[in-house]
Write a protein that binds this ligand. Structure first.
Ligand SMILES: CC(C)(COP(=O)(O)OP(=O)(O)OC[C@H]1O[C@@H](n2cnc3c(N)ncnc32)[C@H](O)[C@@H]1OP(=O)(O)O)[C@@H](O)C(=O)NCCC(=O)NCCS
Length: 211
């Protein structure tokens, strides 16, 4: 007998339809203890320039440091244009200082497989005070709770101790090194791959109070 319809396809379609959701504008504001994560705008250009023009900030990043504010303006404009339902770019606004001290992105959201990639950068004056961990935990929560993703991953140059430690503190697991995975800083770079699954995030409870 020839089966009518295909229940597997139907189930798969349902899963994808209910898997990744598009957040409303209110969800694009994540509050953590010391930060407000909210969409960047052109008005943040001076704050973005502050960290994007610092060669120490960009030492391990795919992008080179900006040498002119015009480069930041163009970068910000194209990032904002690309910040759609598949790409989210949050500015990390310091609650007391009331300006942006860094950025954190979720990009390349893959709806059918429910995963996405994260990236981050913080102005040097604010390193080593837990802000990076605080922001990334907030964005991971957004990815699982608002976007209803199943897996979040991030990559960094293996020698980048700060990012590796940050990812561990956020409950991300090291999966291995992707050999010569990307070309930047004039060389093919090995990249350490970390990920966290929704089930691990759910089981970890509230990480915000952990050291
Ligand atoms: C990566 C980055 C966001 C970390 O932010 P941060 O706010 O300084 O990180 P945290 O204070 O939350 O610290 C996270 C952990 O990393 C450790 N750490 C931070 N900077 C470090 C460094 N330079 N060397 C070694 N460990 C470091 C911290 O000690 C902490 O671990 P601990 O609690 O066990 O001590 C920040 O260094 C940065 O913006 N770097 C430049 C941009 C960049 O490289 N982005 C990532 C590209 S993959």
């Amino acid at each position: 007998m020839i089966p009518i319809g295909n229940s597997r396809t139907h189930t798969e379609a349902d899963r994808i339809a209910s898997a990744m959701s598009t957040p409303d504008a209110a969800a694009l504001r994540i509050e953590t203890a010391r930060l407000i994560l909210r969409p960047l705008s052109m008005a943040d250009i001076d704050d973005v320039w502050e960290y994007a023009s610092d060669p120490l900030v960009t030492r391990f990043t795919r992008f080179d440091h900006h040498t002119r504010k015009d480069v930041t303006r163009q970068w910000l404009a194209s990032a904002l244009e690309g910040a759609t339902g598949d790409n989210f770019l949050f500015g990390l606004e310091h609650r007391e200082l009331r300006h942006v001290i860094g950025g954190c992105a979720i990009r390349a959201c893959n709806k059918s497989d429910s995963h996405a990639e994260m990236g981050w950068a913080l102005a040097r004056a604010h390193w080593h005070q837990g802000y990076g961990t605080e922001a990334v935990r907030g964005v991971i929560g957004f990815g699982f709770e608002q976007l209803r993703l199943n897996r979040l991953e991030a990559r960094c140059i293996p020698a980048h101790t700060a990012s590796r430690r940050l990812m561990e503190k956020c409950g991300m697991r090291f999966e291995g090194v992707l050999r010569q995975a990307e070309f930047f800083k004039n060389a093919f770079q090995d990249l350490a791959l970390y990920s966290i699954l929704k089930q691990e995030w759910a089981a970890s409870g509230d990480l915000s109070s952990r050291p």
